[in-house]
Design a protein around this ligand. Structure first.
Ligand SMILES: Cc1cc2nc3c(=O)[nH]c(=O)nc-3n(C[C@H](O)[C@H](O)[C@H](O)COP(=O)(O)OP(=O)(O)OC[C@H]3O[C@@H](n4cnc5c(N)ncnc54)[C@H](O)[C@@H]3O)c2cc1C
Ligand code: SF4
Length: 512
């Protein structure tokens, strides 16, 4: 029997070769444990690209650690029958009899419970090690949150800027202001975005090609395609992706971060979320690279601050919200939304051009940028009244960067207002006119964002007025909604009835 001191569990989103777990371990006494299990791909109906990304990055990590001298107990998906992490770990604890099991804080509450239950049953202690990948810890977030009535991103972000001396001039923000949001809402105008440097691509190597073959066979009925798979799967790839972004797209990231354009999936976005969430790339490296670009005159402050706000601000903040609010957070349904998800979300087959574009590229690449997620797919589901759990399961399934700690607050909180305002001070609700302002979609669409009823009415506009009617009482308590509710009150009873009928007809048409 092999003698193992500590079994070090490395999950698929913990692939940092320099993690605290590995640094505290000893390759002569401890062994790494990694498992590919069906349940992680099927507990939500995962996009094929999401499955390939995780499995390929895990296999690369295994090979690199073995080359470093670690012994890795690795279960390939097609070489064992345990369907969940807990069952696989239970078998290996019995076989290897470690003194302790150690794991970095998982990114998913469910996974932590599974590991706890396997170790409890086996009578082996489980140590949960703080994940130093992040700037802050869940305890640090709780300390900041203590005694505050509202947990607004802006104040947390400012506290982290000061604490980590990021973009600071003494105790003042560099450039004299904390944010440049009002300069960062530009659209591309009628001439469009022009030529944007294509992001660096990482074509599949032999390891990734093996995984692609496995996934095409084993998860053949899962959503998405793999023809365009080119995501970074190693820390080396991720470093190159960061460098490429900073050199070629960061400068214009800020002004155009909210803009949309048909058939342009990346625009000036970084495509770094998946690499960061799998821990192939450190957020500290991303923030430092952006600061350096500003210091060297490669990018203006409005873009550098805009990018850093996403990582040091939003990314840390949503993690804090998640661990502070779980497990109840997933049950949130403040607006009592009950509708099932329309089936076209799995096919992109709709004549609403903005949704066809966002869902189509999601199925092709496993990617959509933030405004597509928040103000196209998310907005539609909010206005339609899809049950937040169905919304959550869709977002967790279809994006390559989806891990629950980051996906759930963005979906349940920011996008669906199902957490009753813990994250957002008001629902992100708007008519189709918002999409027309920020994109070129409406010009080619058979609907008209100005119209709320009639044959040509834009479903977003119809559903927006229906949403306000349905939620009038609940939204009364949300101060920042008062202007929108006053506009609702200007509509007469005939118009309100016509909107309700039109919204119902739309639901009937798309719910099949
Ligand atoms: C409904 C919904 C679901 C989402 N689900 C996820 C998810 O599962 N995983 C995920 O990483 N992000 C999620 N986001 C946040 C955001 O949309 C993605 O991080 C971003 O689109 C990834 O693309 P990018 O790397 O090109 O980002 P960029 O636009 O280039 O932004 C830079 C980085 O900032 C971080 N970031 C930006 N916005 C956010 C945010 N709101 N919360 C946390 N980090 C942020 C990401 O790490 C990102 O890589 C979601 C947003 C919404 C509205
Ligand atoms: S008209 Fe409405 S449905 Fe069509 S693209 Fe514009 S917002 Fe989307």
């Amino acid at each position: 029997m092999t003698c193992v001191r500590h079994l070090l569990v490395c999950l698929g989103d913990q692939l940092d070769p320099d993690s605290a777990l590995l640094r505290q371990g000893d390759a002569s006494q401890d062994q790494l444990w990694m498992a590919e299990v069906d349940e992680e791909s099927t507990h939500v109906w995962s996009h094929k690209a999401r499955i390939v990304l995780f499995l390929s990055a895990m296999r690369h990590f295994r090979d690199e650690r073995e080359a470093d001298g670690w012994r890795v107990q690795y279960r390939c998906l097609d070489q064992h029958t345990a369907s969940g992490l807990d069952a696989a770990l239970t078998e290996d604890i019995a076989r290897l009899t470690p003194e302790r099991v150690r794991v970095l804080q998982p990114g998913d509450y469910r996974v932590l419970q599974r590991l706890r239950s396997a170790c409890d049953q086996a009578g082996v202690p489980l140590d949960v090690v703080d994940d130093e990948h992040f700037f802050d810890t869940p305890a640090g977030f709780n300390a900041w949150a203590e005694g505050r009535k509202q947990l607004r991103l802006e104040y947390y972000y400012r506290a982290l800027r000061k604490r980590f001396a990021v973009l600071m001039d003494g105790d003042q923000p560099l450039g004299g202001q904390w944010n440049f949001d009002k300069d960062n809402r530009r659209d591309f105008g009628s001439s469009g975005p022009g030529r944007i440097p294509a992001p660096r691509a990482f074509p599949p190597d032999p390891t990734t090609r093996d995984v692609i073959a496995l996934v095409e066979h084993r998860f053949a009925d899962h959503p998405g395609t793999l023809d365009d798979f080119d995501w970074p799967v190693t820390p080396g790839d991720a470093g190159q992706a960061l460098e490429d972004f900073v050199n070629h797209r960061l400068a214009a990231f800020g002004p155009y971060q909210d803009a949309l354009w048909a058939n342009q999936p990346w625009l000036y976005h970084s495509r770094l979320s998946a690499a960061m969430n799998l821990k192939l790339l450190s957020p500290r490296a991303a923030v430092a690279a952006a600061e350096r670009a500003y210091a060297e005159g490669l990018a203006p402050l409005q873009s550098v601050e805009g990018f850093i706000r996403q990582i040091l601000g939003w990314r840390e903040y949503v993690r804090g919200i998640y661990w502070r609010s779980m497990p109840d957070y997933l049950q949130g349904n403040a607006l009592d939304a009950q509708a099932p998800l329309p089936t076209f979300f799995w096919t992109g087959d709709t004549d609403m051009r903005c949704l066809a574009d966002a869902i189509g590229q999601t199925l092709r690449y496993g990617y959509a940028h933030h405004i597509q997620r928040l103000m196209v797919t998310g907005l539609y589901m909010l206005l339609y009244g899809v049950h937040p759990d169905a919304v959550h399961r869709w977002y967790l399934a279809v994006y390559v960067d989806a891990v629950e700690w980051v996906e759930a607050p963005n979906t349940i909180g920011m996008s669906q207002f199902a957490d009753d305002g813990t994250m957002a001070s008001k629902p992100y609700c708007a008519t189709g006119k918002y999409i027309r302002r920020m994109s070129n979609h409406c010009a080619d669409c058979r609907f008209d964002p100005e119209r709320r009823t009639g044959e040509a009415a834009c479903p977003f506009t119809t559903l927006y007025w229906d949403f306000l009617q349905r939620n009038r009482e609940r939204l009364q308590a949300v101060g920042r909604m008062s202007m929108q509710l006053r506009n609702l009150d200007r509509l007469d009873a005939t118009e309100l009835t016509a909107i309700r009928r039109q919204a119902q007809a739309h639901r009937d048409a798309v719910s099949g």
